[in-house]
Each structure stands twice: as structure tokens, then as C-alpha cells.
Design a protein around this ligand. Sequence first.
Ligand code: KPL
Length: 335
Amino acid sequence: MNRLSRYTIIGAGALGLLFGCRLAATGFPVELAVRRVEQLALLREQGIEIGSSAEQVEQAPQKLQARPAVIVLEGAMNDRGDYDQEGLETDHYILLTVKQTDMTPQLAALVARLAGSNGVVVCLQNGVGHVELLRSSIPAERLLVAVTTEAALRLSDREALHTGRGETWIGAAVPGIETAVGARLQKKLAEQLELAGFRSMVSNEITTRVWRKWLVNVCINPLTAILQVRNGELLQLPHARELMHRLLAEALTVAKASGVKLPADMPQQVEDVCRRTAANRSSMLQDVLAGRRTEIEAITGSLVRLGEQHGLAMTVNRSLYELVRALEERDAPID
Ligand code: KPL
């Protein structure tokens, strides 16, 4: 049977705006769930606008606009009425683009209610921890992860800049349970994201991809936040570069103890990300500069805890973990 799709995007930060705008502009029914009433009003009035940087489109900067439906997150209901058409059932994809720090048990309960028995929840968070929150309430074949290297910068409550094209890998969040329904849902999502202009693929080694992204964040995010430098500078400062490699070496012992096999060229891969995103302020640096809570718990904290459970000495990562926590605790930098 031919099945339609509809999308609910939870979280209208840079990635939420980017995915919401492109999917809606491609013609999919999209609703964006936001928390703040000011953002709701602005998006309802003016829609989303995504700019593409000149390097990315290899020509003059372009703008894409779309006007998806916008709802208040707390009021989100699993109301399928408007979308179901005679004889056609709908696949409801719920893209979770909130930060790790917003992934609370309350949000997980709301997502489960919204998903009902047929929704498909797709997690795009950095680090780990969110899947554990969701797996008791979402059937395994309907809980997906998407690892993306699409880069976007939020400019306002309704505008973002697509700063770099990347790739999006989709797979089961709970590995080892392969079903025909799960495979269909993953394939369809990859095809539809591709239609919306994202290079997307289903991955049968998604755990490795999650770990690769996680370790890249472990190496880059805390260091850039503490040193207050852009990603590229980690390669220019010899001591920072050395420390970054020590963080990675320690993290790789955790991967090995957890039975995760990562490519031998991880050190080069981390350096490549620094080069490709040289001008970026990492998300953790942006959080520190804005006085927000960072994702340190989900990125370094969870790695340290896992390593210690395996009996490993996590001294380098633990030190950076404590330093970022201290940055969060202080009121303001001295003058
Ligand atoms: O994912 C990132 C982040 O900032 O969170 C990297 C890859 C480090 C790019 O800035």
C-alpha cells in the first residue's frame, strides 16, 4: 500500500529550521514544535528562511523559504485526522532536533505520546543518553538515529545559514533488532531526506558512526570551550593538538573495551573535522559564551562514566569534564 509521510520537527534551532524548511519546501506536510510563544508567533507570521553560504552553492548566496505549520510543543498531540486520506496510511516521522540538555524524561514522555503506536522517532543529538530515555516507550523498530554532518548556524528564531553540506546516516537506535518494518522506515526516510536536498543513506553500521561522531565531539568540543578558540585553532596550537590526541587515545580505549571497532585513522579523521570546520565555534563554545548549560554530560561525562565502569583510568577526559563543569558554575569571567 502506498503510504504518505508527514513530519513533526521538535526543536527549532539551527538543524530543526534547516530540516523543517527543506522538507516543507519539498512538499511534505511539516509541523514544527517550539516552546517559546515569541518564536511560535514569528514563525507563523513570517515562516522559515534558510540562507546558503556562497562556498556551499558555488555561486551567489541563495535563500530558501517555507511556511510549515507551527505548534506549541506541550500541546502536540498525535492527531492524524487531517493527514490521513482514504486508503492511504501515513508514516509520521518525528525528528528530534533539540539539544541533549533538553532531553528530559518529561520531553521523552511527550514524544512517546506524540508518536503513539505508529510514529517513528528519529534522534539527531550529539553524544549519548537520549536513546536510553526513549527506548522503554518507543518500539525498537520505530526508534531511529540519524548522524549528520550538515552544518547550520542559527541567525534568529526563524532564520539559519546552511554553512556546510554534509551527509546524514540513518539506522536503528537499538542495534540488533532488524525487522522489515524498521528497514522500510529507514529507507523511506533516507529517500525523502535526499529529495529534500540532504545526502542521506541508511547505515548498517550506525553504532560505529554514532561513536565516530561522539569521539569527534569529545576531542573538539570541551577543548574549544575551555580555550575559547575556533575548531581550526586546535591544529595551530601545538599543546592543544597534543591534548586533543590524548583525549582521543583515552576515548579509543573505552570504544575497545565496549567492543566497538573504530577505523585506525581516527586521529586523522578528527584533524580533518577541525580543518573542514576550521572557522566554526563548536556548539559547546557557543553555549559557554552564551552562558547556557553545555552538552558536557552527554559528551564527555558519559564517556568518563563508561570508561570508569570498564575500570579504565579516564584522567585526561575527566580533567576536561571538571573544567567545563566549572565554566558552567562560575557566574561570569573576571574583567
Ligand atoms: O559537532 C560539532 C559541534 O560543534 O558540536 C563539531 C563537529 C565539532 C563542529 O563544530
